[in-house]
Ligand binder design. Structure first.
Ligand code: ZN
Length: 492
């Protein structure tokens, strides 16, 4: 059908532009010299504008009308048409002028934020955060919303989700987690408190991480691992998925768990339908589903005793000081529950408390009930309520995350959704694949990876995140599986 073909050409071209921008973004985080940052911002702003022009325009609306309802409901074409319709609807509400202005602002903001965080000085960041909040509100109003302004922003990352639904989920989660922290810390104290010690050369970490990533199924002929300040994963195209991690020569666990997490994201990218890359059926379902893949490998697999029973001899091959350790001691160190200030360093139990705090703060900012000037005070007070800890400075408080600087208001809740989905998927995989735990204990991950590919990866955006979870697990997405996982693991 000629309308479908013209849409496909158009959106494939947009995906090509987006992947070029992603490539430049990857370079910015890995190799770009500092003085190149301003010019890189110009390049990215131009590409963002170019891409936006491609996915808007009246002829797209007309072609979509012809295609609507034409193809069988669950086929590739229908999925693409539905996805394009959503993307077109959202993109055409945002003027290209906004897109370019936002690209410039966020490139400056990330720079200002890095300086403010280094100096632990919120006053340096405040003026640009005011602009970022203003632009987030403007965007929500352009996109349109019914319940509350935050819904419009959340929906971009997690289609169909609302602030009210997230609030309800978090209200069920927060008291259960808060009650678990004390006993989990006490249980961890019984584990002997082993910590990695001695020197862990980067070359050894790289070799060990690669062995592990290869074993769980990350394809190095279609991807690579480099170093950056903050670990991330970016799918640059079919056959090209990039991961990063960071190295600490006094603790090999930091780079390893970075790789396990990002390789989980990476295997999702590698498991998408490559022939449909950049089209809705070949794209990830949502950020929450994406995060479920990383947390599953990082926490459910990497945080288990079985993982270390298999991998400790290989780790000791690279780091001889590990020879006398027990697998349980290493696993216990990797998953030790210890409330702290920094989200990215948080353990599996307290992590979601960090997310709940951010959701409340940014909801207040976007909704107008919280002024930017009051963020540090609000942050510190709520953090104390949630964890009992007093934030010592803003670098360890409201300045720690980059998200607002790239305009990512509405992003944080997807981290917790990822944790919840990971637990639910893992429980379903155990039920569906006989002998799965035995396979995993033997270091054979192909059955689990195959199940994830079949249930999650290959469907792209065919269904909503909720529907995908329902089909994969046979249950409504919720908190039960995650709380059960935490209880089993931490309240022995
Ligand atoms: Zn992640």
């Amino acid at each position: 059908m000629k309308e479908y073909e013209s849409l496909e050409r158009r959106f494939r071209e947009a995906a090509t532009v987006r992947s070029i921008a992603a490539m430049l973004g990857w370079d910015q985080e890995t190799f770009l010299p500092g003085k190149g940052a301003v010019w890189r911002g110009e390049q990215l702003a131009w590409l963002a504008g170019r891409q936006h022009r491609l996915v808007t325009g009246e002829e797209i609306g007309a072609a979509l009308e012809v295609c609507a309802g034409y193809f069988p409901e669950e086929g590739r074409e229908a999925t693409n048409v539905r996805g394009w319709a959503r993307d077109f609807r959202m993109a055409s509400r945002i003027p290209v002028e906004y897109v370019e202005r936002m690209a410039r602002l966020t490139s400056e903001a990330t720079h200002v934020w890095a300086g403010a965080r280094k100096a632990a000085d919120f006053s340096m960041y405040r003026p640009i955060l005011e602009q970022l909040v203003g632009m987030a509100r403007e965007k929500a109003d352009l996109l349109g919303w019914e319940g509350c302004r935050y819904d419009a922003l959340l929906d971009e990352y997690e289609p169909g989700s609302t602030a009210a639904a997230v609030e309800e989920l978090f209200a069920r989660l927060a008291p259960e987690i808060a009650a678990m922290v004390g006993p989990a810390v006490a249980a961890a104290a019984g584990d002997g408190g082993w910590e990695p010690s001695g020197h862990f050369p980067v070359a050894g970490q790289q070799a060990f991480n690669r062995e592990v990533a290869e074993a769980i199924g990350f394809d190095f002929e279609a991807g690579r691992i480099d170093a950056s300040n903050h670990p991330f994963c970016t799918g640059l195209g079919p056959g090209d998925t990039r991961l990063t991690t960071r190295y600490d020569e006094s603790n090999f666990l930091s780079s390893l768990y970075g790789v396990l997490h990002e390789a989980g994201h990476g295997m999702y990218e590698q498991g998408l339908d490559g022939g449909q890359w950049g089209l809705p059926v070949g794209e990830a379902c949502s950020l929450g589903i994406h995060e479920s893949q990383s947390r599953l490998w990082e926490n459910h697999i990497g945080g288990s005793d079985q993982f270390w029973e298999h991998w400790l001899p290989r780790a000791a091959h690279y780091f001889p000081q590990l020879s006398g350790c027990s697998p349980h001691a290493v696993a216990a160190a990797a998953r030790r529950v210890s409330p702290g200030f920094i989200r990215v360093d948080a353990d599996e139990v307290t992590y979601d408390l960090h997310v709940i705090l951010r959701f409340e703060i940014e909801r207040g900012l976007v909704g107008g009930s919280l002024a930017v000037a009051d963020v540090p005070e609000a942050w510190n007070a709520r953090f104390r309520e949630l964890t009992g800890l007093a934030v010592p400075d803003d670098a360890r408080g409201c300045l720690q995350d980059v998200h607002w600087s790239f305009g990512g208001f509405g992003y944080f809740p997807t981290y917790t959704m990822g944790n919840l989905h990971a637990s639910q998927l893992m429980a379903a995989a155990r039920g569906a694949v006989p002998g799965l735990d035995g396979e995993i204990a033997a270091g054979n991950y192909s059955a689990l990876r195959g199940w994830l590919r079949e249930q999650v990866h290959m469907h792209g955006r065919r269904w909503s995140p909720e529907e995908l979870m329902r089909r994969a697990t046979g249950e409504e997405p919720g908190v039960a599986a995650h709380l059960a996982h935490l209880r089993t693991r931490y309240l022995r």
